[in-house]
Design a protein around this ligand. Structure first.
Ligand SMILES: Cc1cc2nc3c(=O)[nH]c(=O)nc-3n(C[C@H](O)[C@H](O)[C@H](O)COP(=O)(O)OP(=O)(O)OC[C@H]3O[C@@H](n4cnc5c(N)ncnc54)[C@H](O)[C@@H]3O)c2cc1C
Length: 495
């Protein structure tokens, strides 16, 4: 069987090749997926981007959706709209479940519908998810921060905790557990979340409640590591911790989370002592696990996975024995590259250039080289830390830099414009434009997980509706026969 051929058994679920042109399939619509697709806009290829969401997510601003500054649409524009003018690109919704390297076929599913897509070249950019370090049951009570669903759920949980506290206080109850917020993980995401919850409690919400004093809320940042923001070095870590503490955040270091339940969590120190913190609203920003597709690719190629599930790729980002398959971004383990957007963007552009170059008969590029443009983390309004080369910046300058860089990378002028408006409202004023939250936002994830096949259980399956129509026809025929027997006085007559 030739690569990409469809066997007869597959034919009912397969899509045909879009044309005789070289077919590129890209898995994922994140930084790697979107920038890879765009980089192929002038190439003589058909690009099919398969992703399990219909949007391109700007993850660095998820915490602002969770804390009511930005709307989800501002950081997650529809991929279809972003690529509307790129004629060689098609977007397909679906979760890729199987990558068949031997036959060059990708199988994806959405709501029980299966699709098989052939490829000539493949770019895998499926990113990473949250890691609970083997304690996945923590997720029920401490959502991570990886998707729009996560951010909206957290928004519901954070603002919901203040609501429940107001209610409880009005009934004369102790509400300390509702006014205690715990963020697990003192990396950039954890620092940003803790800083924003502190700003909510101490600045934004102070005039909105009657029975509670939001200023008394506790915000606790927990990490097993001995310092805040380890990748930023000891000095910036110390500066950040001081600023967080000034903002009212309690920083608990060397504290490993050992239990999480609905009402709180337990942390364990190196000396074995344990401490329970009663807190209903918890945020998990601690660990990262590369996408499970890495495991499949590793099994088929022998390329090893590291502890975070990242796959070792060749220096040109291809898989051993499969030069037509590139893996980019958070899924790869190469030269200790960090899990940041620029690694995914630059890797995807490199892969796209290589695919285009091969079709044009150009020699292979030299190995992939990452250009570090710097890292930043925001602590609160007007305070951030930044590392650019050997330069270390703190305070307003770093914050302004953060503002400009993030604005530049938000996709679409419309979103850039409204983001600036919302930042003015939140940073200069005290308001938050996007505080809407609903009960469904908070509980839908857990409810869906309790269904055997998730949302698939809630929709009809292909063919099922045809069955219903057939049954309807049978029932109609039966009713007509009953009526005829009565109308023609044929009941009780010997047949
Ligand atoms: C909260 C947060 C804050 C961050 N802040 C920063 C920051 O300030 N600066 C920075 O540089 N980096 C930051 N990062 C990291 C950065 O976002 C990632 O490094 C980057 O998104 C990696 O790009 P990627 O393309 O590899 O994966 P992603 O951008 O995660 O994209 C993965 C894509 O694959 C899709 N997908 C996953 N599985 C499947 C499947 N089975 N089938 C089909 N599609 C699938 C997903 O839906 C998604 O579209 C942050 C990350 C998070 C979570």
């Amino acid at each position: 069987m030739a690569a990409g051929d469809i066997t007869p058994e597959m034919s009912d679920r397969a899509i045909v090749r879009r044309s005789d042109r070289h077919q590129v399939v890209i898995i994922g619509s994140g930084f790697g997926g979107l920038f890879g697709t765009k980089a192929l806009r002038k190439a003589d290829v058909d690009v099919t981007m398969i992703a399990k969401t219909t949007h391109h997510l700007f993850q660095p601003l998820l915490y602002q959706v969770a804390t009511g500054i930005l709307s989800e649409g501002e950081i997650a524009p529809p991929t279809r709209e972003v690529l509307a003018n790129q004629e060689n690109a098609q977007v397909l919704l679906g979760e890729v479940t199987t990558v068949d390297l031997e036959n060059r076929l990708i199988t994806s599913h959405v709501l029980g519908r299966e699709l098989v897509t052939p490829y000539d070249s493949l770019i895998v950019a499926a990113g990473a998810g949250q890691s609970y370090f083997g304690n996945d049951h923590f997720a029920e009570f401490a959502p991570g921060m990886k998707s729009i669903d996560d951010a909206l759920e957290l928004r519901g949980r954070i603002f919901g905790a203040f609501e429940m506290a107001e209610l409880g206080a009005s009934r004369g109850e102790n509400v300390d557990h509702l006014l205690t917020f715990v963020v697990v993980g003192a990396g950039p995401t954890g620092v940003e979340m803790a800083g924003q919850i502190a700003e909510l409690a101490h600045r934004t919400l102070t005039r909105d409640f009657r029975a509670i004093t939001t200023r008394k809320a506790r915000v606790i940042l927990v990490d097993a590591a001995p310092q805040v923001l380890p990748p930023f070095g000891a000095k910036l870590g110390k500066w950040t911790q001081e600023k967080l503490e000034k903002l009212g955040v309690e920083v608990m270091l060397g504290a490993l989370v050992s239990q999480v339940d609905e009402r709180g969590l337990v942390v364990k120190y190196k000396d074995g002592t344990e401490k329970r913190i009663d807190a209903v609203a918890k945020v998990w920003a601690a660990g990262v696990q590369a996408n499970a597709l890495g495991k499949q690719l590793s099994a088929q190629t022998g390329a090893p996975l590291d502890r975070a599930g990242r796959i070792a790729v060749n220096p040109d980002l291809t898989l051993p024995g499969y030069p037509e398959v590139f893996v980019v971004g958070d899924m790869i383990s190469l030269d200790n590259l960090p899990g940041v957007a620029q690694v995914a963007i630059q890797g995807a552009k490199y892969a796209a250039k290589e695919i285009d170059g091969r079709l044009k008969g150009k020699p292979a590029q030299s190995p992939f080289k990452y250009f570090d443009k710097g890292s930043m983390a925001i602590i609160s309004r007007f305070r951030a830390v930044a590392m650019v080369g050997r330069l270390r910046l703190t305070g307003v300058i770093a914050w302004l830099m953060w503002l400009v860089v993030h604005l530049f990378y938000i996709t679409g002028f419309k979103n850039q414009f409204t983001a600036v408006l919302h930042w003015l409202i939140s940073f200069i004023g005290t308001g938050r434009s996007e505080r809407t939250s609903t009960e469904q936002q908070i509980f839908a994830r857990v409810a869906l997980q309790r269904l055997a096949r998730g949302a698939t259980d809630l929709v009809s399956q292909p063919g099922e509706f045809d069955d219903a129509e057939r049954r309807r026809a049978e029932l109609e025929a039966q009713a007509a026969e009953e009526a005829r027997l009565s109308d023609e006085n044929k009941r009780g007559v010997k047949v």
